[in-house]
Structures are given as structure tokens and as C-alpha cells.
Write a protein of this length. Structure first.
Lengths: 254, 454
């Protein structure tokens, strides 16, 4: 195993005083793709928000190191600057902010964090067009306000575009497959696969196995009631599909 | 007079000291209006329309000198709003018309642009029957409208723009009112009159700008009469000084197929009130009444509007948006009235306010009063903090809290500004929004030392 990119140790977190994560241990190395699967209410989205630093998610125990730094001590924007990216389950609509402006501000903010010079408007457009080309996307919805009036598929593709622009070290995809038809799922998966590489790790959070048919993970973890109760290779996802989550919940209770 | 000794003094000095003092019709009106204002006094909070704006309190212990009695201050140049020069402009400094700063040459035939005092002295026939035509007997017996009476009694100067039928004014006309430079606070009652004949078109850019620290009091009245098919674009940019009190009443009438597009950006003054009443009196008339307000400190900004649909097939859209910081307070009172005959009216009104501080306050009162049965009307109001989801989304993409907040507020207000059809004017308005946000975020950073923990 290469050097650890993300190391989660005994992570406990609560929302509004209610414990949700109850001792998660997980280690992801650079270049690896991990999937976390679990039923509703198992803590999947909480884990993604805790990693991204959302308000209202209180870590009560444990630690998370990201590229050797204490991730939990960083502001959300610092985490982004350090190379953490969260693809949202429900990307937020921001009326009045053109998508291009949003992408430019985000890219420049992250570049500044990394000590790189800001792109001027012209350079940025060149950069953006390259990314669009790589992902096979049209520049049509760049002009629209961020996610406003986007279909479910367009919103998720916009997340992939942001990911491509920000070039993160670790991308957390929170139920990116939810609400997508097969074509959109395939387009999003192709986008993610295009970004796979030895320097980039992925954490796929999903309820269903079907996404993992398009993005094949190195490791699969089963989350139940705030804990990882089983880990294995891609075949674990297939077992889950057959046996359901109930079998694993029992393991957890033992 | 119980409210304000200085106003009493002004009312008593007699009409001869004011422009047009030799005109019997005007003198009579002034005297009658003065009488009414004496009877009513300043509008106070016991009156429904003034429930949220305490004018007597704002003027308590303040002293003002009549604008006409001050020495003109020296001023060499007027700050430009955009690079492109206006077609013509009238400039007033602390209420006094300044011909040497104004420019009225180059207007096409059929367009008259002159100061009200000039018109009263030289061509009173231009004004007789027109001045006060839209102010319902200078406010009549309605104590809520006593500022109209005060203005009618003391109107001193202003802009007169008369456009003949069919004439298209090929550029912007600026009305520039610079203030705050006088040694002592002045009181003035500008009266503006805009009359567009059938099919005429014009763009009026009204700027109220505080250049110095002196806090003056203005009580302006604007009358806008649009003939059939006439079209007026009217930007009002109010950036009066921090101590100023800016009162303005606008009365407008739209004949058949006339269009009025108004946008107000309210940034300045310790206390401001902009009251607008438009009557749609001809079928096919359309009004777009939009605006934005950005207030901080202890500023108080009141926007009170009333749109009257009096005949069938008229339409109105109204959106006012604002951001309030510190202990600033805004008032939005919007009324859409649809009279019995006004079938097929389409009226929409929206007021949205961002509260950037716990102490900021918005009193929003959108109202519909509908007597016709076949209409489409909608109104809404929202007030709240910046959307936490959007803020987190932006921060998760690397923008710090300050940048994210500024981007969201700017976007919120830009939506209002971009309703203005004269796109060249977006630039200076957005620049003012950015400058305002810059101050807000610097202050926030200074106060908290950056973002609070997660």
C-alpha cells in the first residue's frame, strides 16, 4: 500500500446532539477508489459532510488526517484548497451567479491557496474549454446561473466539471448516482473515470450497487448504524445486492 | 408650528421670496398649501402610511437654512456616472441650480429642459395647469400627504422636462443633485416635472449625491405625465450624505400603451423615504417599478409604492430587493390597487431582503386591493439571512466565507439591477454594490478576525 491519503480513526460525530457516526475507521491511499455502501440512515451523508466541514456536524471523538494534516482543524475552504472535493448529493442552486463566474472564483481561490497565480478571465476560459472538451460537455450551461434550472443529470455533470477544474487529491461523491437515468449515470461515470489517476483517490458513497458497475472500486465498505461493519473487494458489492443490508446489520450487533 | 420652527419661519416669509412670487396662480397655491401644512404638520407615526418611519423624531432638534439664502459653494466639476457623457443635464448644488455646471445645448427640437425657477420667471405659461396636475390638490386634506403640501408651499427649483409628441430624446438626461457642501444644513423643496407627449421617449438619470458632510433636508416632489404610447426610463440613484434626510414623493400617470420603467438604488441618507404613486389610466399601460436598497449603521430607508390600475388591460411588475447590515432599518410598503373596471390586470410585486445582522430590521407590507374579478395579481415578501446551503456550497469549492458572502449578496442584488433595460447603467450600479460589500466584509473581518469555527 502506498502512503495514506486519508486516514479516519475512530470517528464519532453527532447532529443536533444525536450520535450518527459511532467509530469509523477507514484508510484510503492515493490512486485508490473506495466505495461506502449503506442503507438510509446509516450515516453515509453525515460522513461526507463531516469530511467537507459543514456547520452543525460535531465531531465528538476520533481524528481525520488528510495528506498528513489534521483535516478537522481546517475550514471548509481550506479543505478544498488542500485538495478535498465533495460532489453533493443535492447540488445547490445559486440564482444570479453565472456558472462561469462560480467556476472561475473557485478555481482561483484554490489556486491561491496552493500558491499558484490566479487565472485572468482569458486564461480561465481557455482552461475551462479544455476541461469541457475532456469531459465531452457543451459550454451551453456555463452561461446559466449555478445549477438553476438544471436537470438532475446536468447538476451531477456540473459537479464533475467542478471536480475536473479543481483537480482534487480526494473526491468524495455523495450519492452521485441518485436520481439519474442510465444515460446520465453513464455520462457522470465516464467523467469520473476520466479523472482517475495515480495521484487521485475517490470515496464513492452510494446506496446501490449499480454505480459500481460503471466505476469499479478497489475496496468496498458496508456502513451500518454509524460503523463500518464489513470491508472487501468489488465482489462485496455484488454480495450486498443479493443478500441486502439486513445480513450485515446483524454482524454489527454481534 | 409645532413640528419644526425652521419650517414655520419659511412658511411665514411669504411667497415673494420664492421663484414665481409674482404669479397670482402660484402665490395662491402656495398660500393654500402652506395653510394645509400648518394644519397637518409633519406626518407622524399615528398615520397608517407613516407607521414605520418616524419623521418628526428624525428632524427633532435639527436646524436648517433655506437653500435660497445660502452662499453658493464653489464647485468646478460634476463627478461622472459613466464615461459616456449625458445628452444634457441640470445640476443643483445644495438645492441651487447651477447653470455653469449644467448643459442643455444640443437637445433636439421638441424637447424643453430647464430649471423650474427659470421656467417660473421666464415662461410661466409652460407650467400653468401642468404643475401640480398630478398631486391631487397638493395632497388635499390627507394628513399623510402633508409633504406634498409642504413642497407646494415652498417649491424652490427643480427640473422641467417637456417632450413634444413623437419626439425621441437621443440620449440620457441627467438630473444631478449634489449636497452636503454648504456651511450650514439647508432645507429645500425641489419640484420636478416630466411631461412626455404621445409616443415620446426619454431616459432620465436622477442622481442624488452627498459630496460633503453637511446633513441637509430635501423634500422633493416629482410629477411624471406620460402620454399615449410614451416611454420613460428613470433611474434614481440616491447616495446622499450620511447625515442627510431625503424625502421624495413621485406621482405619475400613464396613458394608453405608455411605459414607465423605474429603478431606484437607495444607498445614502440617515433617513430616506421614497413614496411613489402611479396611476395606469389608459389601456395597455405598463409599469416596471424596481429597486434595491443597501443600508448600514443606523440608516433608515423607506420605500412606499402604490400602483393604481384604473382601466382594463394594464400591467405592473415590481421588485424591490435589499441588504441590511448593522442596525439599519428598511421599510417596504407596496400597494397594488385594481379598480372595478380594470379587468385583465396583470400585477406582480415582490420584496426580498437579506438581513446581514441580528439588529437589522425590515418592515415589509405588500398589499393587494382588488375590485375587479378577472385579474392576475401576485405579491410576496421574504426576509432572511444568507442561505446557509449556498454559503457552504461555495466554501466547499474554496471561496472563503467573506468571498462567498459577497458573491451571494452581489448576485442577489444584481438580479434586481439587471432588470434595468439601459445596460450601460448596470456598470456604475454594480460598482456601488461592490463598494458597499467591500466595506461590509472589511468590517466583518476586522470584528471577528475571520470566520468563526465550524
Amino acid at each position: 500500500m502506498t502512503e495514506s491519503m486519508l486516514k479516519i480513526t475512530n470517528l464519532h460525530a453527532e447532529v443536533e446532539g444525536k450520535p450518527i457516526l459511532r467509530g469509523i475507521d477507514l484508510e484510503i491511499a492515493g490512486g485508490e477508489v473506495h466505495a461506502i455502501m449503506g442503507p438510509n440512515g446509516s450515516g453515509k451523508s453525515t460522513l461526507s459532510y463531516v469530511l467537507a466541514g459543514r456547520d452543525g456536524y460535531a465531531v465528538t471523538e476520533g481524528s481525520v488526517t488528510f495528506k498528513g494534516r489534521d483535516l478537522l482543524a481546517l475550514e471548509p475552504e481550506e479543505r478544498a484548497g488542500e485538495g478535498l472535493f465533495l460532489a453533493f448529493q443535492y447540488p445547490v442552486e445559486i440564482p444570479g451567479v453565472p456558472n462561469t463566474t462560480f467556476l472561475r472564483e473557485a478555481v482561483n481561490a484554490v489556486r491561491e491557496h496552493r500558491g499558484e497565480p490566479r487565472y485572468d478571465a482569458l486564461k480561465f476560459m481557455k482552461f475551462l474549454r479544455e476541461k469541457l472538451k475532456e469531459l465531452g460537455m457543451s459550454d451551453e450551461f456555463l452561461k446559466r446561473a449555478v445549477n438553476v434550472g438544471f436537470s438532475g443529470g446536468e447538476k451531477k455533470r456540473n459537479e464533475v466539471l467542478q471536480m475536473a477544474c479543481l483537480q482534487p487529491s480526494l473526491a468524495v461523491l455523495d450519492e452521485t448516482d441518485s436520481g439519474l437515468d442510465i444515460d446520465a449515470l453513464k455520462a457522470v461515470s465516464d467523467g469520473v473515470n476520466a479523472l482517475r489517476g495515480p495521484e487521485r483517490a475517490f470515496l464513492l458513497i452510494t446506496h446501490y450497487q449499480r454505480l459500481l458497475g460503471y466505476i469499479v472500486p478497489d475496496r468496498v465498505h458496508v456502513l451500518s448504524r454509524g460503523r463500518i461493519v464489513e470491508s472487501g473487494g468489488p465482489e462485496l458489492a455484488e454480495r450486498l445486492e443479493v443478500e441486502g443490508y439486513a445480513a450485515f446489520a446483524e454482524t454489527e450487533a454481534a | 408650528m409645532r413640528d419644526l420652527p425652521v419650517l414655520s419661519g419659511l412658511l411665514d416669509q411669504g411667497p415673494l421670496a420664492l421663484p414665481g412670487g409674482t404669479l397670482p396662480w402660484l402665490s395662491r397655491r402656495r398660500a393654500e398649501a402652506a395653510e394645509r401644512f400648518r394644519a397637518h404638520g409633519l406626518p407622524n407615526r399615528r398615520l397608517e402610511a407613516w407607521k414605520y418611519t418616524d419623521l418628526p423624531r428624525a428632524l427633532k432638534d435639527r436646524e436648517y437654512l433655506p437653500a435660497q439664502r445660502q452662499e453658493p459653494v464653489s464647485l468646478d466639476a460634476v463627478p461622472a456616472l459613466i464615461a459616456e457623457a449625458p445628452l444634457a443635464r441640470l445640476v443643483f448644488v445644495d438645492g441651487l441650480y447651477r447653470a455653469e455646471l449644467s448643459a442643455t445645448a444640443g437637445l433636439p427640437e421638441g424637447v424643453r429642459l430647464l430649471s423650474l425657477a427659470q421656467a417660473l420667471e421666464r415662461e410661466p405659461a409652460l407650467l400653468e395647469g401642468r404643475l401640480g396636475a398630478l398631486t391631487e390638490g397638493d395632497g388635499g386634506d390627507d394628513p399623510q400627504q402633508s409633504l406634498l403640501a409642504l413642497n407646494a408651499a415652498l417649491l424652490d427649483d427643480g427640473l422641467v422636462l417637456l417632450v413634444e409628441p413623437g419626439v425621441v430624446v437621443p440620449g440620457r438626461i441627467e438630473l444631478v443633485q449634489l449636497g452636503g457642501l454648504s456651511e450650514r444644513p439647508v432645507f429645500h423643496c425641489p419640484r420636478h416635472l416630466v411631461v412626455l407627449g404621445a409616443g415620446a421617449r426619454a431616459t432620465l438619470v436622477e442622481r442624488i449625491q452627498g459630496l460633503g458632510p453637511t446633513g441637509s433636508l430635501a423634500n422633493a416632489v416629482t410629477e411624471i405625465d406620460l402620454g399615449a404610447g410614451a416611454s420613460l426610463v428613470h433611474l434614481r440613484l440616491q447616495e446622499a450624505g450620511a447625515e442627510a434626510v431625503e424625502l421624495a414623493t413621485t406621482r405619475g400617470s400613464l396613458a394608453a400603451d405608455a411605459r414607465y420603467e423605474g429603478f431606484s438604488l437607495t444607498l445614502g441618507a440617515a433617513l430616506s423615504r421614497h413614496e411613489l404613486l402611479f396611476a395606469l389610466v389608459g389601456e395597455g399601460a405598463h409599469i416596471a417599478l424596481n429597486g434595491a436598497y443597501l443600508l448600514r449603521g443606523t440608516q433608515h430607508g423607506d420605500t412606499t409604492t402604490r400602483i393604481e390600475h384604473r382601466v382594463p388591460n394594464t400591467s405592473a411588475s415590481e421588485t424591490y430587493k435589499g441588504a441590511l447590515d448593522d442596525a439599519a432599518r428598511a421599510v417596504f410598503q407596496g400597494m397594488i390597487l385594481v379598480e372595478r373596471d380594470a379587468q385583465k390586470t396583470d400585477g406582480r410585486m415582490l420584496n426580498k431582503t437579506l438581513l446581514l445582522s441580528d439588529k437589522a430590521e425590515i418592515d415589509s407590507k405588500p398589499e393587494l386591493e382588488i375590485y375587479a374579478d378577472d385579474v392576475q395579481c401576485a405579491h410576496g415578501a421574504t426576509a432572511g439571512e444568507i442561505d446557509a446551503d449556498a454559503l457552504f456550497y461555495l466554501r466547499s469549492r474554496g471561496l472563503d466565507g467573506r468571498q462567498a458572502r459577497a458573491l451571494l449578496i452581489e448576485a442577489f442584488l444584481a438580479e434586481a439591477i439587471e432588470t434595468l433595460s439601459d445596460e450601460a447603467l448596470h456598470v456604475p450600479l454594480l460598482a456601488r454594490v461592490r463598494a458597499w460589500l467591500q466595506v461590509a466584509s472589511e468590517k466583518q473581518q476586522g470584528a471577528s478576525g475571520g470566520e468563526a469555527g465550524r
